[in-house]
Design a protein around this ligand. Structure first.
Ligand SMILES: C[S@@+](CC[C@H](N)C(=O)[O-])C[C@H]1O[C@@H](n2cnc3c(N)ncnc32)[C@H](O)[C@@H]1O
Length: 282
């Protein structure tokens, strides 16, 4: 199959992700109801991931962490419409895609007005000189990477994110560890190896990975351990297990927590450190 037609099949005819869509019992806040009512467009952003974002974005709001947002790979705007519901009046939202959907652009222009910025480019062009395309370098607190799923593109997009990210910002990455997109994981680990100590993995949850500055990793993980499950329950959702199996690897920059579908009857468990060498001291 020609490359172009494969690309079209993958990205130009979005199908709905039907997991849990039949019910909207999870829409227990005004913001979630607003998303269902006004912005529930087709795309690639499942309910589980949406509820993790809901928790993290609400946490940022509660903690007074403000700043700009960027999405690389917007399509019809399903995930971008969701994250932008958390943008404050001073926060600018940037949307980068090789082709910007006109309806998405119209909705965002109407809602965010001068705070909406559309970059109709390849992220490879932007990666050559991010400073030429953005204002507010170093003030971005939410960056979602969902563009081309090759390792080369992921390294490029993480390099842009690293340039823009605020000290307490988060980078989220679609299809991280998905068996259908192995090059996304390859790109992340290549970036982590080639640019050590810039970003670290905080969390992998369902279909996404989350990265932050090293100094912010423990901060987000304290919140995730203490509150993520309660947050899910408050949204009538309990398809959740959190695993920590990171103790032996912490010195390699892998402090990452894992969240996935319910595993046996466990909500939270610590694995693996019981056997093997003693964890190395920090
Ligand atoms: C999986 S879709 C994004 C899904 C979207 N986030 C959602 O919520 O439904 C991937 C998007 O990335 C865009 N894309 C692919 N390669 C890109 C690149 N190099 N730079 C910018 N955008 C790219 C495609 O045009 C497509 O719209």
């Amino acid at each position: 199959m020609a490359r172009n037609s494969l690309f079209k099949r993958l990205f130009k005819r979005p199908r709905r992700d039907d997991s849990n869509r039949a019910s909207t019992d999870w829409a227990t806040t005004e913001r979630l109801r607003r998303f269902v009512r006004d912005h529930d467009v087709p795309g690639y952003f499942a309910i589980h991931d949406m509820l993790v974002w809901d928790a993290l974005l609400e946490f940022q709001e509660r903690e007074g962490i403000r700043g700009h947002m960027l999405e690389i790979g917007v399509l019809k705007g399903r995930s971008a419409l969701f994250s932008s519901l958390f943008a404050g009046p001073e926060d600018h939202c940037w949307f980068l895609d090789v082709m910007m959907d006109p309806e998405f652009r119209r909705v965002m222009d109407a809602r965010l007005q001068k705070n909406a910025h559309f970059l109709e480019h390849s992220s490879f062009d932007v990666g050559e000189d991010p400073d030429a395309h953005f204002t507010g370098i170093g003030d971005f607190r939410w960056i979602h990477i969902d563009g081309q799923h090759t390792a080369t593109a992921v390294v490029n997009d993480l390099t842009i994110a690293d340039r823009l990210l605020a000290p307490k910002g988060l980078v989220t990455l679609d299809d991280f560890l998905s068996p259908t997109w192995p090059h996304v994981a390859a790109g992340v680990f290549r970036f982590l190896r080639e640019s050590p100590k810039r970003l670290e993995l905080v969390l992998t949850a369902y279909n996404k990975g989350y990265l932050a500055r090293r100094e912010a990793v423990a901060y987000y993980q304290r919140f995730l351990r203490a509150e993520l499950f309660a947050h899910f329950k408050s949204r009538n959702f309990d398809d959740f297990t959190m695993i920590e199996s990171n103790l032996l690897d912490a010195n390699d920059g892998l402090h990452c927590l894992g969240v996935g579908h319910r595993f046996e009857d466990r909500v939270y468990d610590v694995f693996d450190y019981r056997v093997g060498p003693e964890p190395r001291p920090e």
